[in-house]
Design a protein around this ligand. Structure first.
Ligand SMILES: Cc1cc2nc3c(=O)[nH]c(=O)nc-3n(C[C@H](O)[C@H](O)[C@H](O)COP(=O)(O)O)c2cc1C
Length: 119
């Protein structure tokens, strides 16, 4: 499955690279034609980055799930972009993880990709 990522300082890109060889940045694609897992992050106070919002709006039917990187220092805004994506676009939030993610986070995401790649 294609993994599309939105990364500013490189952490989410590193997570994407651990998951698949088939990865693309939201900055390099406009329209995709296959299902994807979206990896993103929060900006400001738990907001959805504009680049993520545009990608979702252009490709909503292909975005099967979202996982969001954050930092628990942000308190109640930890990973809040993921909650907002789920509420506004009805895309399931499968995981919040810190920075690049722990080993068990990567395993969970790999398992989700495997289980959802034969539709
Ligand atoms: C300006 C700024 C705002 C952030 N806001 C949040 C936030 O609201 N909630 C959160 O969990 N993390 C927040 N973070 C942390 C990032 O989401 C986190 O470091 C993420 O791993 C960055 O991914 P990237 O390296 O791929 O850009 C913020 C980081 C920055 C620089």
């Amino acid at each position: 499955m294609l993994v599309v990522y939105d990364s500013l300082t490189g952490l989410v890109k590193k997570t994407a690279m651990k998951l698949s060889d088939n990865i693309k940045s939201v900055k390099e694609v406009q329209y995709i034609a296959e299902p994807c897992l979206l990896l993103t992050r929060s900006i400001g106070f738990g907001n959805i980055p504009d680049t993520t919002r545009k990608f979702i709006e252009d490709n909503q039917s292909f975005v099967k799930a979202v996982a969001v990187s954050g930092n628990k220092n942000w308190g109640t805004n930890y990973g809040a972009a993921g909650d907002k994506i789920q509420a506004e676009y009805h895309i399931p939030l499968i995981l919040k993880f810190e920075a690049v993610g722990l080993k068990e986070d990567i395993e969970l995401l790999k398992r989700w990709i495997k289980e959802n790649s034969h539709e």
